[in-house]
Design a protein around this ligand. Structure first.
Ligand code: MTE
Ligand code: LUZ
Ligand code: MOS
Length: 764
């Protein structure tokens, strides 16, 4: 009926008309803030002298923990994180004071005048070291199924090893920032670049010591979030608000890139020990794993991230005996946080590593083991949920067939036999990702829909647009239910006064949750308006009315009652033209004491095939192709969904290949600029990307029968790591390469040219 609209922001973005926080016009006299932060990773503050900064040109105030009227606490899950350091410093980059001046440049200049004397304590940057010293965020958690301890005897092959995956900087194009404007009666309006307006509102209320109803948080759009603004947009918003209330003046705080990189947390690095047991036919009987999660200096979202690691460490495989334990370790780096996949990628990297090692020991290709263990309909996950509409085998088989895996493998083997300096590698990467917040309570959303008297429609939800196209999808939902064109529907800013108690736009569930709430509200409005139309058109009982093309339809035939006239009639009859609705995901539940339940509304599946070529003299490599069959459900915006899949795959490739977060032993971030932190650019992109839509996948639990798309394709990126491993193996067949991501070109060279020792010899 309708044509699929393009991403609503596409034209604005490319022509520079889209507004981000730093583009918005600010009230006259707006002041600017800069954040003074710790230049050591662990210790005490002996003395803090802000007087010289206070006296500097243009400075209006220097605020410290002493200026906080409420609680100096922003920890969302565990209250272990002050907004501004009091006595103790736990990471290099921890905020200590906020300097407010007439311009941002003056604030920065004055910041240099602050004198902070400190006393250093030993620094921990390694999660295993933190665990040895008992520095844990919370007690370890375990997901368990079957009888792991007794099954090893039945296994023909048992392998133990360690795997490590690194951190990842979000590098959203728009850095963290906020604008706070004092409002009448001691309140504040905060414009924030956050994925979680309610999270900002809630934490701000606590720190400022005022009720939530005095705080209005408003979000137009983000220049990317990727999880980095799910929790960590909050401190900057509160600092701006604190200063605004203190000075009775609007205050803007935008982090420069390098400070953003130094002060904010990243994807969690993990170091993990595993033991995997298989039959000689390649059936996986058991997996035991201990994850050491580098949480950083405070809990932030780490407990929830860890849960998802435990849930996804069997990826799309059915494994009867599993014990997965997660240890969240407190180190002296910035608190690590949500990042696309939310611990899922780390869990999946582990099982793929284990399968790789098992295949190596058995002298077979990993894809033989992968295929033999794929989930089937009704199989149980270690966390108790069973698969429904399982697409693991279907997506695998379609990918293998569509992209002719067997002939690719043959061609690659021939290439490797005839080339000595260059080697190719192939890997298959299936994914299975659960959709819903693992914290059941968070799976709710609301929508407020107004139909104005001119027939234009305004939709407000809790969803935050960060480039993923959620506003377009929400508008499409309203358009399709009310039978309207694009021009009629406006998705408004995300605002805590219009949508209360919202969950952050995260877990890929933004479109599902807020779209479903929009669907409920619009359906109620449609029914109400059709009643009016029924009278107006003097219908009889068996007439069926519907809306479409901005008109009322009777029994599938267009009438001449147009939308705007219908709205006018309803308005004159004093019919309610507004509707507020809530959606709460049905069926989900989870028992945290047993770590069992039905945490996810549904799962997203798919399979990718990677081909790479490694220059074994230089260590450089190219990704020749990534070919995917992905389960989008019934996609209702293929352009947006394809963009999400391709972007996520690139980000996943970056994590696995070139993005490397490095801290010095003293806790200082070494990779704090784009000269030292490398992200993939167009030259690093696969030469060939082919993402196909798995056909005939229905999903009543997703919006408009679609499936959530934001995060799942990220994990295809893991495939590139194992394609590279296979290429290295072709160059040095007897060497056991470390399971340690990212596989940067430097690492390729070290792996290839390191002498073979007993420990690195492939044993057969
Ligand atoms: N796409 C763009 N362009 N920018 C982003 O910041 N974030 C990702 C994904 N896609 C992101 C993105 C992450 S981490 C999530 S959880 C989802 O979008 C959130 O949006 P959704 O719930 O509407 O899918
Ligand atoms: N955030 C969260 C998430 O709080 N819970 C989740 O389960 C989740 N999953 C993915 C991304 N963000
Ligand atoms: Mo995405 S990590 O859920 O913001």
């Amino acid at each position: 009926m309708q044509t699929t609209p393009k991403h609503f922001d596409a034209a604005r973005h490319v022509s520079g008309l889209s507004q981000f926080l730093d583009d918005m016009s600010v009230p006259e006299g707006t002041l600017h803030a800069a954040v003074f932060y710790a230049k050591m990773a662990h210790g005490h503050i002996r003395s803090l002298n802000t007087a010289p900064a206070r006296a500097a040109k243009g400075v209006r105030a220097v605020l410290t923990a002493d200026d906080i009227r409420g609680e100096n606490q922003i920890g969302g899950i565990i209250p272990d994180e002050p907004l501004l350091a009091e006595k103790d410093i736990h990471f290099w980059g921890q905020p200590i004071a906020v300097v407010v001046a007439e311009t941002a440049a003056l604030a920065r200049e004055a910041m240099l005048l602050i004198e902070c004397e400190t006393e250093a304590l030993p620094v921990i940057t390694d999660p295993r070291e933190a665990a040895r010293q008992g520095k844990l965020i919370m007690p370890p958690r375990t997901v368990e199924r079957g009888a792991v301890d007794t099954v090893w005897a039945e296994c023909d092959v048992v392998i133990e090893d360690t795997a490590e995956s690194g951190g990842q900087e979000h590098l959203y194009l728009e850095t963290q920032g906020a604008l706070a404007i004092p409002t009448e009666g001691g309140g504040v309006r905060i414009v924030s670049s956050t994925q979680g307006p309610t999270a900002v509102q809630r934490a701000a209320a606590k720190v400022l010591g005022i009720p939530m109803h005095l705080i209005e948080v408003d979000v137009l759009r983000l220049g990317g979030g990727f999880g980095g603004k799910e929790d960590q947009a909050t401190p900057w918003a509160i600092m701006a608000a604190l200063a605004a209330l203190h000075l009775h003046c609007a205050v803007k705080l935008v982090l420069p890139r390098q400070e953003d990189m130094r002060m904010t947390g990243k994807r969690h690095p993990y170091s993990s020990d595993f033991k995997i047991g298989l039959t000689k036919n390649g059936k996986i009987l058991a997996l035991e794993v201990t994850f050491y999660q580098d949480a950083g200096a405070a809990a932030d979202l780490s407990p929830a991230v860890l849960d998802r690691t435990l849930f996804h460490c069997t990826n799309s495989y059915s494994i009867p005996n599993v014990r997965a334990t997660g240890i969240s370790c407190r180190t002296n780096v910035p608190p690590n946080t949500a990042f696309r996949g939310f611990g899922g990628p780390q869990g999946m990297f582990l099982i793929e590593s284990a399968i790789y090692r098992a295949a190596e020991a058995m002298g077979i290709e990993p894809h033989i083991i992968q295929r033999a263990n794929l989930l089937r309909e009704g199989d149980e996950f270690p966390y108790g949920q069973r698969t429904e509409r399982c697409q693991a085998e279907r997506s695998w088989d379609e990918a293998v067939q569509a992209f002719a895996l067997e002939s690719v493998i043959k061609r690659v083997a021939e290439f490797n036999a005839t080339n000595s300096s260059h080697k190719k590698g192939v890997a298959v990467m299936p994914i299975c990702f659960g959709i819903s917040f693992t914290n059941t309570m968070m799976n709710q959303a609301s929508a407020l829909v107004h139909i104005y008297s001119d027939g234009s429609v305004s939709v407000s939800t809790g969803a935050v647009e960060m480039g993923q196209g959620v506003n377009t999808k929400i508008a499409q939902t309203a358009m399709s239910i009310l039978g309207l064109s694009e021009a009629r529907v406006k998705v408004q800013t995300t605002n805590t006064s219009r949508a209360a108690n919202t969950s952050p736009t995260a877990a890929s569930a933004g479109a599902d949750l807020n779209g479903k709430a929009t669907e409920i509200a619009c359906t109620a409005l449609r029914e109400r308006l059709l009643k009016v139309a029924y009278e107006e058109l003097k219908c009889s009982e068996d007439d069926v009315l519907s809306l479409g093309n901005e008109k009322v339809w009777r029994n599938g035939v267009e009438t001449n009652l147009v939308w705007s006239a219908l709205v006018q009639i309803a308005f004159f009859q004093r019919i309610k033209l507004s509707e507020q609705a809530q959606y709460a995901t049905p069926r989900i539940h989870f028992d945290k004491t047993t770590m069992k339940g039905h945490p996810f509304a549904y799962h997203v599946y798919g399979t990718a095939i990677f081909e790479v070529t490694v220059d074994c003299l230089r260590g450089t490599y190219e990704v020749e192709s990534v070919q995917v069959v992905h389960d989008f459900g019934q996609s209702f915006n293929r352009i947006i969904d394809l963009g999400q899949a391709e972007g996520a795959i690139m980000q996943g490739i970056g994590w696995m290949t070139m993005e490397e977060v490095l801290y010095a032993p003293n806790g200082r971030l070494l990779t704090d600029a784009l000269s030292t932190y490398k992200i993939p650019d167009v030259y690093a992109a696969p030469k060939h990307i082919d993402v196909r839509f798995l056909e005939n996948s229905e999903n009543p639990l997703g919006i408009m029968n679609s499936k959530a798309v934001g995060e799942p394709p990220f994990m295809y990126g893991i495939g590139v790591y194992f394609a590279l491993m296979n290429a290295l193996k072709a160059f040095r067949p007897n060497k056991r390469f470390l399971l340690k991501a990212p596989m940067s070109p430097e690492r390729v060279l070290t792996e290839l040219y390191e002498p073979i020792t007993a420990a690195t010899m492939v044993s057969k």
